[in-house]
Design a protein around this ligand. Structure first.
Ligand SMILES: O=C(O)CCC(=O)C(=O)O
Length: 303
């Protein structure tokens, strides 16, 4: 297990102060889970985040939604229900900073990925209110400016969800084909239409042929998390009228991740102006855009 300079936590299980059903993360990220992550690119952990961290996420979301300066992307506009996405909340939201420096999320990533050093790639809220449409099937790797193995997104829902509304994945798909399709700029565009028109095969219509794919989905409770590799095919379930689905995805990476160019036709998400002027393909992905989380940076150590 890598040693990380981190916050000290009491194990609430040992202290007898655990919420019912809640498990200390050190008991959850086992060698078997790390193996499963490498093989499937997805693992589901029950009750990995203490309610205190969920409260911090909820407060962070309230601030983000009330923050006129934070860009809100509205998907499927004009349709019933609302689908709002906000990205890079960390930079402008003290609650998300506290979450990522103080909670065990980065420690979990460190052990899962086998990397003592952990950086934040981005964090992203996905909020569906009312009858919200599916998030189309896609992979993230085609439009992230990086390559390597030590990378994961943690998908956290503040709301209990049945599996039909949860994040869905195709286990193992991070090790097979990388596809062309899905427009991150406008998710209402048919995801099987070629987006880049360059180097990748077209994304199949997974939703129309669900029985041909092995799809993993979970009934999820607040505190449960899904860890997924950005190369894994994934999509998000819809919400019914009157439904609500507030999710935060935290994306972290470790030492083996390097900068990679993407074709000009495929703008990276989030846009990161200047990165291509600072780094050459194959350089370790180091930039002020990607703050280090572990070891804890000097300015976060309390003495
Ligand atoms: O929550 C969703 O519907 C989409 C999430 C997603 O695409 C991601 O976390 O990468």
């Amino acid at each position: 297990m890598p040693t990380v300079t981190t916050r000290e936590y009491t194990d609430p299980v040992e202290a007898g102060a655990a919420e019912p059903g809640w498990t200390d993360w050190r008991r959850l990220i086992t060698p078997e889970v790390c193996e499963q992550y490498k093989r499937d690119g997805v693992v589901f952990l029950r009750q990995a985040l203490h309610p205190q961290w969920l409260l911090l996420i909820e407060l962070g979301l309230q601030r983000v939604l009330a923050n006129a300066g934070q860009m809100k992307h509205k998907f499927f506009q004009g349709e019933e229900g609302e689908f709002t996405e906000t990205i890079r909340n960390f930079e402008v939201t003290p609650e998300i900073q506290r979450l990522l420096y103080d909670s065990p999320i980065a420690d979990m990533m460190s052990v899962l990925l086998g990397s003592e050093r952990i950086w934040l790639y981005s964090d992203e809220f996905f909020v569906k209110e009312g009858a919200g449409r599916r998030t189309p099937w896609h992979q993230d790797m085609p439009y992230w400016p990086l390559e390597g193995e030590q990378i994961a997104s943690m998908w956290i829902s503040l709301d209990p969800l049945p599996r039909e509304q949860c994040l869905e994945t195709v286990p193992g798909s991070h090790r097979t084909t990388r596809y062309d399709g899905f427009s991150p700029k406008d998710v209402s565009v048919d995801p099987t239409l070629p987006y880049y028109g360059e180097d990748l095969p077209p994304l199949p219509d997974i939703e129309a042929e669900r029985d041909k794919w092995t799809i993993a989905a979970f009934d999820i409770e607040p505190g449960d998390v899904i860890l997924l590799h950005p190369g894994v095919l994934h999509g998000g379930g819809p919400t019914p009228a009157g439904g609500r689905r507030r999710a935060l995805t935290v994306r972290c990476y470790g030492e083996d991740i390097v900068y990679a160019e993407r074709p000009a036709s495929r703008p990276t998400v989030p846009l990161t102006p200047g990165l291509s002027l600072q780094l050459k393909p194959g350089d370790p992905l180091r930039s002020p855009w990607y703050p280090p989380l572990r070891p804890l940076p000097e300015h976060q150590i309390v003495r």
